[in-house]
Design a protein around this ligand. Structure first.
Ligand SMILES: C[S@@+](CC[C@H](N)C(=O)[O-])C[C@H]1O[C@@H](n2cnc3c(N)ncnc32)[C@H](O)[C@@H]1O
Length: 385
């Protein structure tokens, strides 16, 4: 049987430049997206933290603005380094900015500036992901249009910088079963570990109605969820120092990892149980869809090339590699507000009733299942329990 799981999610309404509540080397993964320097929507926040920024904006001194804005992010990256365990990853979603000052259009390369600082303070830099955002207007152009030579390329991607504190993480024997259960499917690996992500569209969220969403520049749930699956195992601690609307917390709960968030904006920093509760059904559907996608992949593969070689022990369906045999997807079932700033998440699972070419009934018999909790969806073989 899979290991028992409970996760905890804490939000601190405070400035992440000093994360006093987080002990040294206590976090396994950081997934975050800071306010983007030189993007106008964040001028106010940066200006409140450093009044010189508002003055340099008024006086048209963009290089000084750029330097000062990053000067406010640097201490957060220093704290990220301190709290990460050796071998822990940080994944930072950041976009560059383009903007005109004094009639001069130019690029402000946030990703270069942040990467430079991360390397300086000791992080090992690893290949980054380009997150290609869908274009919405084929006619958009900047500059001189069709006439050479004064048009500018449109920025249609953001970065996910990936860095690690020191060398490879070592997994002691007691973490090995959880690591094997946390494996991803072979076909997921092929998409997740590509250096260009084109399949994450817009900012589909589990909590559409969340307060302040317009101001928050939230990243898509799938982005955080995917990074957590890639760089942490179940039960790990994930930190987001720029919590916003809490996408990282939701993704961590869905992935069976614990989380801690910092948020300076008091209007955003809410960890309301009913809010998270509202996301529960969304998470359950998403996890079911993940298993359905695997079953579809297995059916397509087997129709073309014959049976997959291995069988997953918990579900009984077939998988491509030996490493996928113990995958088990914990599904959030109960969320309770433990204190004002902490939520506890408990888990059930999904059972698989397949008796076709994708695997037979083996493994399923041992799992509790309640037909009344059958989820809607194209694949009637999956049930929540
Ligand atoms: C780009 S948003 C993050 C959005 C988040 N990823 C989400 O999905 O909702 C950046 C957030 O960082 C917060 N922030 C900025 N500076 C901060 C600081 N020094 N400490 C804590 N939070 C900060 C902002 O208020 C904003 O909510």
């Amino acid at each position: 049987m899979p290991t028992e799981l409970q996760t905890r999610h804490r939000l601190l309404r405070a400035d992440a430049r000093r994360m006093a509540a987080v002990a040294d080397a206590s976090v396994n993964l950081v997934v975050t997206s800071p306010p983007y320097p030189m993007i106008a929507m964040w001028d106010g926040l940066f200006g409140d933290l450093d009044p010189e920024i508002a003055r340099s904006l008024a006086d048209g001194r963009p290089q000084e603005m750029f330097a000062r804005m990053h000067g406010l992010l640097d201490p957060v990256w220093d704290e990220v380094y301190r709290v990460l365990r050796p071998g822990g990853f940080a994944c930072i979603n950041i976009g560059d900015a383009v903007r005109s000052f004094n009639g001069e259009f130019g690029l402000y390369a946030n990703h270069v500036r942040i990467l430079d600082h991360l390397q300086r303070i000791g992080f090992t830099c690893l290949p980054a992901i380009l997150w290609r955002k869908p274009t919405n207007a084929p006619t958009k152009f900047m500059g001189s249009g069709m006439l050479p030579a004064g048009a500018y390329v449109t920025l249609e991607h953001e970065y996910i910088l990936i860095v690690r504190k020191g060398g490879k993480r070592r997994f002691p024997p007691d973490e090995q079963p959880r690591r094997r259960e946390s494996a991803i499917f072979w076909e997921e690996r092929n998409t997740f570990f590509s250096d260009v992500w084109t399949d994450i569209r817009g900012s589909r969220q589990l909590l559409e109605a969340s307060a302040g969403r317009d101001r928050s520049a939230a990243f898509p749930f799938e982005l955080a969820y995917r990074l957590i699956l890639m760089y942490a195992i179940k039960g790990d601690m994930v930190l987001d120092p720029f919590w916003g609307t809490g996408t990282t917390t939701l993704a961590a709960s869905a992935a069976g990892r614990s989380s801690i968030g910092y948020e300076i904006d008091q209007a955003l920093g809410r960890l309301a149980a009913d809010n998270v509760q509202a996301a529960l059904a969304g998470m359950q559907n998403l996890l079911q869809a993940r298993l359905e996608a695997h079953l579809q992949f297995a059916r397509d593969w087997e129709a073309r090339k014959g049976p997959l070689k291995y069988r997953n022990q918990h579900y009984g369906f077939r998988v491509m590699t030996r490493q996928e045999q113990e995958i088990f997807i914990d599904v959030p079932s109960v969320l309770t507000l433990a204190t004002d700033d902490e939520i506890v998440c408990e888990y059930g699972g999904i059972s698989f009733d397949g008796s076709d070419e994708t695997g037979g009934l083996a493994g399923n018999q041992a799992m509790r299942s309640d037909p009344a909790q059958r989820l809607p969806g194209p694949d009637r073989q999956l049930k929540l329990f």
